[in-house]
Design a binder for this molecule. Structure first.
Ligand code: ZN
Ligand code: ZN
Length: 521
């Protein structure tokens, strides 16, 4: 039998990856077999479903976490009976009941949402590859910005790489300028530098639309004491509380804890010293509206809405009823707006500092996605990326639309510490209600792991990092610590991990393993 080789379809945004999927699926159906298509949750839009239904009619079953259980069960049984022969869905659809599977497509295979991090941990992309292998099916992984792991597989010949380097209309990729925020001091409220302000003005004057992109995680609105700097954190989760202007309250995104903003500082007791500060999309949208009073400004983020309301905002943009859209990650995926000729990234740096070895890759992917937003209409788009670190490879390569340049730089950086794809990383997560017991267990286990690595030659390549409190040290009433095991040999890593997990600790303490975690939080 022929060796099983997944395909990696590497295509620039707008190069027609979806059309390739549709053709492969059509051929598969013609041969009497079935098809499974996985997409990130955020891309599973009504437009995407409509596109599949337009081509394949009611042979398509859509599996979506936003569906009622009954609808989902209905779709599941249509597949089971063979009434539907194409399953399109997010992560968990990888287990859809399809007989005679002929092809599995994983679109945007780099997307972090394919990894199930809670409960039973699995990576839907890896499950998809295994399932295709067992079923004798074709496996197609598609992305404009492949994960380093998948691209490395294609470099090593484990995957066969197909490149879609041109947009079918021969329209060039948008022109990207990097704006150095150290030179062009941005307006504090809106993060508008002079060049971006000028570009927005020109776009408005031309009757075109702009998207301003904000990486929410780095820019949540915060409330602080201007006398002593005290900031408000959740007493249960040790995360910063998010400020809600309409209710003038602070709340925790994890556990829902909520409190009023006090008049006086709880720490230094200074009266009237609490300032509401920072840059959410709300703040930026207000400042942008003030700077461009004739423009119609809308914003889009998780606070505005979910599901249907998102579609309302996006369809207004599609009908050109919005001149400037201010938004978070949501604006980067799954929608084509011909009228958008300018995309401004307000601050590219925010993602780079997340405590995660994939921070740089995520930032590159995000910037590349955002850059792909502009210029899908009949004119070439323009992208301005504002950053305090214009020399960062993720920024430079995204601006140059050069995936390979990023891959080479990032792969070299990862090699230094044997991070994937050069090695593996296992997070040992230790948590429990009692902070002393958790810390004690973490120190005990890390010590044992270090002893094992010192004493046994078969695991000598393993590095033990930590123990450290997790970035979210308290979450839902539990204290969380981490030990990281890192090294080029996954068998050696597993041996150490198994020893750690098999060691007896206080009964209230949980010890879990996460291989190549998507998040360090
Ligand atoms: Zn204070
Ligand atoms: Zn909380």
């Amino acid at each position: 039998p022929r060796k099983f080789t997944p395909f990696l379809l590497h295509g620039v945004p707008g190069s027609g990856k979806t059309e390739v999927y549709l053709r492969v699926i059509a051929e598969t159906l013609a041969a009497g077999r079935t098809a499974l298509v996985l997409v990130p949750e955020i891309s599973l839009t009504p437009q995407l479903a409509a596109r599949f239904r337009a081509r394949f009619g009611d042979r398509v079953a859509i599996l979506h976490s936003g569906m009622s259980d009954q609808t989902r069960l209905g779709e599941w049984s249509r597949l089971h009976r063979g009434d539907a022969t194409i399953a399109v869905g997010a992560r968990s659809a990888v287990f859809a009941p399809l007989a005679k599977l002929g092809v599995i497509v994983v679109d945007e295979e780099h997307d972090g949402s394919f990894k199930q991090e809670e409960g039973v941990k699995y990576h839907a992309r890896d499950v998809a590859v295994m399932r295709a292998l067992r079923a004798g099916a074709v496996c197609v992984l598609g992305s404009a910005t492949p994960s380093l792991e998948s691209f490395a597989h294609s470099e090593q010949g484990n995957y066969r790489r197909l490149e879609l380097t041109k947009r079918p209309t021969a329209r060039p990729m948008p022109h990207v300028d990097i704006i150095d925020l150290r030179m062009y001091i941005p307006d504090g409220e809106a993060m508008l530098s002079a060049p971006l302000r000028t570009a927005i003005g020109e776009t408005l004057a031309a009757g075109d639309q702009s998207i301003l992109f904000l990486n929410r995680r780095g820019f949540a609105t915060f409330v602080l004491c201007k006398a002593c700097g005290h900031a408000f954190r959740c007493p249960h989760c040790s995360v910063s509380l998010t400020y809600h202007r309409h209710s003038d309250r602070l709340s925790c995104h994890y556990c829902g804890f909520t409190q009023r903003v006090p008049e006086n500082c709880p720490k230094c007791k200074t009266a009237g010293s609490i300032e509401r500060k920072g840059l959410g999309t709300e703040k930026v949208a207000e400042a942008v509206a003030a700077a461009f009073p004739t423009a119609r400004v809308a914003r889009l983020d998780r606070d505005v809405a979910s599901g249907a309301k998102v579609e309302v905002v996006l369809s207004r943009v599609g009908r050109r009823e919005v001149d400037i859209l201010v938004g978070t990650q949501m604006v980067t995926k799954g929608h084509d707006f011909p009228g958008v000729t300018l995309v401004g990234v307000l601050c590219a740096d925010t993602g780079l500092d997340l405590p995660d070895f994939r921070a740089s890759e995520r930032t590159f992917q995000l910037l590349a996605q955002v850059a792909g937003r502009a210029g899908r209409g009949d004119r070439v788009g323009r992208v301005l990326i504002q950053t305090y670190r214009p020399e960062t490879p993720a920024v430079v390569a995204a601006a140059a639309h050069d995936y390979l340049q990023f891959f080479v730089a990032e792969s070299a950086a990862r090699a230094e510490h044997a991070y994937p794809p050069h090695g593996r990383l296992i997070a040992v997560r230790i948590d429990g209600p009692d902070e002393h017991e958790v810390a004690g267990a973490a120190k005990l286990l890390a010590g044992l792991a270090e002893d094992m690595v010192r004493q046994r030659p078969d695991v000598s390549g393993v590095e033990v990092l930590g123990p450290v409190p997790a970035p979210l040290e308290r979450l839902r009433g539990r204290t969380r610590w981490q030990i990281w095991l890192r090294g080029p040999d996954r068998h050696a890593l597993r041996r150490v991990a198994r020893m750690v997990q098999g060691t007896e600790v206080a009964s209230s303490v949980r010890v879990g393993l996460d291989v190549d975690p998507m998040s360090a939080l």
